[in-house]
Design a protein around this ligand. Sequence first.
Ligand code: PGA
Length: 240
Amino acid sequence: MQIEWTDGEESFADRAAKHVAARFADKPTQTVALPTGMTPVGLYRRLLALEAAGAIRLGAAHYFNLDEYVGVPQADSHSFAAFLHRHFLDQAAIAPGQVRLLQGDAPDIAAEAQAHDAAVAAQGGLDLAILGLGANGHIAFNEPGASWDATTHVVPLTQETRAANAAYFADAFTVPSEGVTMGIGMLRAARHILLMVSGASKAQALEAFLAGRPDPSWPVTALCGHPSVTLVADSALRRG
Ligand code: PGA
């Protein structure tokens, strides 16, 4: 595992973007899983700046989202799809055909999850999974106790996650009780993982990951032993 401790938001975003750019330089037709949340916002901004400067070509890759709220249409501004469009996809030179985002309000959500997996498989699997980390150790919407073999599936969201996500919205949006998420089995199968960790609430989860002991009560520890993980973490979280 490669660990990069960073100081401040700019360096955090910069190191993550450099890692992504290196992967794209290696293979411009990357299949990429994209996270939602506060953590990757600076990364997306940096990638757009790199593209504007001609330092990365984003348009040849295929993009998938990691997760979505069940029951929320993509057109709803609270959806993860809308977030990714707002912060990244709409400003990048990426053709709509290169993007597949989960449809949280699909009438048959299990079929939608399967279709997401099939679309990833059709691109040869994930080259790069970009992940944030939940305070409870979740990766994507894989909460503590989640199966480590799963593909994309529907999951109940913990109260902790629902409360953390409600804080993103100034309005009275009720965070749904279920999400649909790429499973840990699928994330572990990604050829490269970029794990981005910032925020004081993540200290314990990061510590569990760095301890290197697989423990289902900390889903992120499913990545311990993965052959290609880059951790970019705020040095305020560094212990010892
Ligand atoms: P955050 O969320 O980036 O908003 O901290 C991360 C997560 O819960 O996966």
